[in-house]
Design a protein around this ligand. Structure first.
Ligand code: GDP
Length: 291
């Protein structure tokens, strides 16, 4: 769970820290969440990373809709960015990271060789907003626990290089932490849906309301199948209709208070917990046509 409360001072410091690290590396590995590739990106990432060769990793592929993920890979490739879906927990897809970095650096390394210089390791840095899986990925690639979770901008510690692929690639063990685009209400709701914004900032019932309406429209059948609530109304434009669906789910799951009334807060927490755990299947909250 993300713990950082971002203030302008934090952003300035985070940016300065990444800019320092950029001087040390050849390739920037931008980690985003495959379910929300727009909302889990920093709004200034292109400016911050400048012209560094970049690999985009769509993490948590296990939770995302495979068709949407494939569309996102094509979307980034059209923009000239190499993109790769991965699962940092199981390591699925991660063995392609080194070959992709090698490809991004091929020209530069060949030029070095032509000048008679010795081959050297490709140096890389993982960057991303909180909770996208930076520490999980660094630990996975290192094969041991090296990255601290719950990292904060401004907390400096000695950084080390993790050697991979027989010394061909070296990865900084402290990731670059970026901030999300909070000004946008949709971005906030989507990040809260995947569990990247604390409940004190975005109440569960508000988030579940958004999630239920979205899932009912984008993945018809999923909610009625999971909760046995019969066919959903076709038109969910009225708030009361969405709340009725949430109440039906709550009733089915025993989220009731005295008098048989549905505890909407409890139902909301349950829905969000199941969604985040993948119990509703593989669901993406964003598609390239929303970009
Ligand atoms: P960081 O803040 O970017 O360093 O993110 P963490 O590495 O702390 O990961 C945040 C949460 O996402 C943790 O609960 C991880 O177990 C989880 N996580 C990371 N990668 C994956 C993945 O590929 N799939 C799933 N299902 N969970 C992941």
């Amino acid at each position: 769970m993300a713990t950082i409360q971002w203030f302008p001072g934090h952003m300035t410091r985070a940016r300065r820290q990444i800019e320092e690290k950029l001087k040390l590396i050849d390739v920037a590995i931008e980690l985003i969440d495959a379910r929300v590739p727009l909302s889990s990106r920093n709004p200034m990432v292109d400016t911050i990373l400048q012209h560094k060769p970049r690999l985009v990793l769509l993490n948590k592929l296990d939770l995302a809709d495979p068709a949407a993920t494939a569309d996102w890979v094509a979307f980034f490739q059209e923009k000239g960015l190499d993109a790769l879906p991965i699962d940092a927990v199981t390591g699925s897809g991660t063995r392609d990271i080194v070959p992709r970095c090698r490809k991004l650096m091929a020209e530069k390394m060949e030029a070095r060789q032509r000048k008679g210089m010795n081959p050297r390791a490709i140096r890389a840095l993982i960057v991303g907003i909180p909770n996208v899986g930076k520490s999980t990925l660094i630990n996975k690639l290192a094969g041991r626990k090296v990255a601290a979770t719950g990292d904060k901008p401004g907390v400096t510690k000695g950084q080390q290089w993790i050697k991979m692929a027989g010394g061909e690639l070296e990865l900084l063990d402290t990731p670059g932490i970026l901030w999300p685009k909070f000004e946008d209400q949709q971005v906030g709701l989507r990040l809260a849906t995947i569990g990247s914004i604390k409940e004190e900032i975005m109440p569960a019932d508000e988030v579940a309301f958004y999630a239920v309406r979205y899932i009912a429209e984008a993945y018809p059948g999923v909610l009625s199948e999971r909760y046995g609530i019969g066919e959903l109304p076709a038109d969910l434009s009225e708030a009361e209709t969405v709340i009725e669906v949430m109440e039906n789910i709550g009733r089915k799951r025993g989220c009731v208070v005295s008098g048989g009334r549905v505890d909407l807060g409890k139902a909301s927490t349950l829905i969000l917990r199941e969604l985040r755990a993948g119990k509703l299947g593989r669901i993406s909250l964003e598609r390239p046509d929303m970009a």
